[in-house]
Write a protein that binds this ligand. Sequence first.
Ligand SMILES: Nc1nc2c(ncn2[C@@H]2O[C@H](COP(=O)(O)OP(=O)(O)OP(=O)(O)O)[C@@H](O)[C@H]2O)c(=O)[nH]1
Ligand SMILES: [Mg+2]
Length: 596
Amino acid sequence: MAPGTHVVATAGHVDHGKSTLVRALTGMEPDRLAEERRRGLTIELGYAWTTLPSGERVAFVDVPGHERFLGTMLAGVGPVPAVMFVVAADEGWMPQSEEHLVALRTLGVRHGLLAVTRADLADPAPALEDARDRLAEAGLGDVEALPVSGRTGEGLDGLRAALDRLVAALPAPDPRAPVRLWIDRAFSVRGSGTVVTGTLPAGRVEVGDELELDGEPVRVRALESLKEHVESVTGVARVALNLRGRIAPQRGHALVTPGAWTATSLADVRVTMAEGARGPLPARLTAHIGSASVPCEVRPLGAEAEGAAARLRLARPLPLHLGDALLLRDPGRGQGELRVLARATVLDVRPPELRRRGAARERAKALADASASAASLLRTHLLLRDGELAAMGCPPGGRPVAAGWHADPDHWSDLSTRLPEVVRRYAADHPLEPGMPVEAARHELGLPDRRLVTALVRPPLTVADGRITTTGRVVAGTAGLPAPVAGAVRALLDDLAKAPFQAPEAGRLAALGLGPRELAAAVRAGALLRVAEGVVLAPGADARAAALLARLPQPFTVSQARSALGTSRRVAVPLLEHLDREGLTERVDEVHRRST
Ligand SMILES: Nc1nc2c(ncn2[C@@H]2O[C@H](COP(=O)(O)OP(=O)(O)OP(=O)(O)O)[C@@H](O)[C@H]2O)c(=O)[nH]1
Ligand SMILES: [Mg+2]
């Protein structure tokens, strides 16, 4: 395999020797500004690279340690998968060491090594042991820890070998992943136009590619990685792109594969407080992801006891996927206070509106079990297209129900029981028409695409000439019944449409003139479902009940089933027995059943 390139960010307290070490490893100057050299302080992100003994190449993003530049530090570390954590032997662990570590932990950085610099000034052992323990505790694992001196060169060969082991252990990013390149520098070059640089975390960019910047198309005219012209580059890599397009790129904006991300300023998230931070969160914060830092408002959705679901409103839209982690920082806090407050894990990038009373709490409950998956998204959105799921970062797992549409299984089974009812009611209301127009059924079921309706059609329903016809008697329903019976059954079905499991009481049946003989005829015609003597429901009520029961914690009791279905024991007991016979539920013991 050809040698690859890797990107490693530095981290650590101000003046602990990050830039000196990068300079000693690469022979390149990470502090390019005159002011930086004059003050001996990193202000802007620095970039330098070298070839390791194995032939692998590693680029460093050198970050500032000064507390005033935490935002810049986060922009540098944001898109980078690994870190070289620097602690000075003569000073040991310091406040910005801590702050940087909390930030790395919050961003989910899991790979790194520890360089204890300035080992020529003091015994490195105490600082090394202390820092190694802290890194392990922060989720970086049992990192390699090496004493080095950027001044004397001591330990540098060992550090190069350790860097080789670090990059060899990094997971290989997917070259087919959609591109999201967070811009960390943007400038104009006379004669070539706009150039942006950034760390490409995954995916592939090629000369000629069309990407998007804030919704505007841009064309990649030329490409460089580590100052060499290339035709294409795959992540992880430092890249410079020469762009054509009507754009004014800035740090914190991202170049993305068109259609592969959801640009949103509203996201539902799970908030995890940073180590050492205490809630409640202030309402106004700064969200960091990649090289972006965006003011935001956080609205907790549930009571605190119900977990940490929140709605994030960003001051400008960002291209996001489910599972993305945003770091929330309090821009208002002063010196010595913990400013990195929390991690916000994205759970929905198209959150539903919360209009009704109690909607926020309900949403919080739903988000408590949510994960970054297509199944979880479908529970909220019910129906989504392939492309929508991909743009939300959750490629569909299962098969589409129709023409690129994916459905929540419960919703789909609910629709498939509702369609025959809808068709039957239409036939009753329009006795002279040859069937229900597909478009009318689409409208009635509130579906976004007619192809979903045709996918729901099962025998005895069929589609012909844009209409759903009811071929057999089973759905023909009331059509074959004497008019008074048909009318009475329709009245029952109307009741049942409102409360599907509240079987009509004997008094109601008698008032409608439905005696045992009339009921038997209606059941034979498929217009009613007989559950037990004198207990009738609408056809399909059994499948609908089974779908609802499948959502209960398993196994369940009669009384749990009864309250889930909103009915009485008079109906629940025979209905469950009916479901047992149909194989939709089964008995576990004397009192429990489960869904099959
Ligand atoms: N004796 C000695 N001095 C060092 C060593 N590494 C860095 N220094 C000195 O420590 C000071 C700070 O070094 P930098 O490399 O600028 O530190 P930094 O971590 O990049 O600082 P910021 O970027 O501002 O956070 C400089 O005066 C360096 O010369 C070392 O290994 N030994
Ligand atoms: Mg520096």
